[in-house]
Structure formats: C-alpha cells, structure tokens
Design a protein around this ligand. Structure first.
Ligand code: AP5
Ligand code: MG
Length: 189
C-alpha cells in the first residue's frame, strides 16, 4: 500500500492536490474536514458535534476524529492505499494512525508537507469564502484562529514524521500544476 499524509496549514492546497494524487496513484482520498462537512449537511449527531468546533476554527476532539477515520479506512481495506488530508492533526492522532495501520499490516509511506506563507493562506481562504459557503472561511478572525491552532497543535507533526525519515517538504506556492509536479517528485523520490 502507498499511504500518503498530505500535510499543511489551512488553505495550503491539500484538498486541491489530493485530487491530483488520487488520480495519479489510484488511491482513496480521505479528508476528515470533508467527512465532517458531509455529516453536518446530513445533520447527524457527529455533524452536530463537529459543527460546534469547526465554526470556531477549533479542532474536533481526538477520540471522535480517530474513531471516524478508522472506520473510513476500514471500508476500503482492499485499496492501493490512502491519501490522508487533514489527518493527523495532533500527536495523539498520529500515534493512533500508526497503531491502526500497523494492525492492518501497513504504515504511512510518506508525509508531504505543503509550505505556503500565512499572507497567501489568508488571501486564498477569504477568496474561497466568497462562494464556498464554508462557515470557517467567512471571516478573517476564524481563519487566523485556524492557522494559530495549526501552529500550536499540528505543526509539531513535521518532527514526528521527520523522526521516522518520512518527511518531504514541498513549496506550495505556484500554479496548481507546478505544485502537483513537485508533490509527485517528492512521492517518487
Ligand atoms: P479541513 O477541511 O481540513 O480544512 P483546513 O485544513 O482548514 O484546510 P482547507 O481545507 O481550508 O485547505 P486545503 O489545504 O485543503 O486547501 P484547498 O485545496 O482547499 O478542516 C476544517 C475543520 O474541520 C478544522 O478546522 C477542524 O475543526 C475540523 N477537522 C478536520 N480534520 C480534523 C482533525 N484531523 N482533527 C480535528 N478536527 C479536524 O485550497 C484552498 C483554496 O486555495 C481553494 O480556493 C483553492 O482553489 C486555492 N488554491 C489551491 N491551490 C492553489 C495554488 N497553487 N495557488 C492558488 N490558489 C490555490
Ligand atoms: Mg481541505
């Protein structure tokens, strides 16, 4: 299995590039944000819980998120592998992912981190917020909070994967195709 953790701050291009990676390597794309938003639109209990965190730009609690992710992986156990987009976001999630993947006889192959300066992130998200309807793109305070939560809880995972020699840093500024080709090189490297 090829299992890619696609990493980077809010607006770095994870969702955009996950679609390209999925096509190229025939993988299953799992975005925890997308799964939460689907649950919100269907008004499930999980959606109601997640909404209260997402609307503020805070993280949904680890326990709920980990359980949800594992049940998604389980649905596609005969696939070529996965792109994890927006997961893991905490050390507890990263530990849980390692343990779970080992239990099914596989592991994270690489973590690809998209690097984009904060000014560009805010610009991209405010721009998307004009049309996307995403509640967390609607004002700069929520966007800034998402970036701060990333710095505080998530950025440290670069060290987690570096310690396993799985970390690949990619410049996320440029056209979508330019960034895509850098990602393919990082994965094939
Ligand atoms: P999530 O849905 O993961 O959102 P995010 O990480 O904040 O990031 P985005 O999805 O906004 O950005 P992206 O990196 O995917 O970029 P995109 O391709 O869209 O999480 C949302 C919330 O859910 C979290 O805040 C949290 O509450 C909760 N959550 C999710 N996962 C969780 C977890 N594991 N644990 C706990 N809570 C969790 O691109 C952004 C924009 O830029 C688009 O408009 C795009 O068209 C544009 N763009 C893309 N590439 C380029 C480029 N090269 N040049 C110019 N523009 C570009
Ligand atoms: Mg996304």
């Amino acid at each position: 299995m090829l299992n890619i953790v696609l990493f980077g701050p809010p607006g770095a291009g994870k969702g955009t590039q996950a679609e390209n990676i999925k096509e190229h390597y025939q993988l299953i794309h799992l975005s925890t944000g997308d799964i939460f938003r689907k649950n919100i639109s269907e008004s499930t209990d999980l959606g109601k819980l997640a909404k209260s965190f997402i609307d503020k730009g805070e993280l949904v609690p680890d326990e709920v998120t980990i359980q949800m992710l594992e049940s998604e992986v389980n649905k596609f156990s005969d696939s070529n592998g996965f792109i994890f987009d927006g997961f893991p976001r905490t050390t507890q999630q990263a530990d849980a992912l390692d343990t779970y993947l080992h239990s099914i006889g596989t592991e994270v192959t690489k973590m690809v981190a998209l690097n984009v300066p904060e000014e560009e992130l805010v610009k991209r998200l405010l721009n998307r917020g004009k049309e996307s309807g995403r509640t967390d793109d609607q004002n700069e305070d929520i966007i800034t909070n998402r970036i701060q939560v990333y710095e505080k809880n998530t950025a440290v995972l670069a060290d987690f994967y570096q310690a396993q020699s799985k970390f690949e840093n990619v410049n996320g500024v440029g056209t979508v195709d330019e960034v895509m080709n850098r990602i393919f090189s990082a994965i094939d490297n």
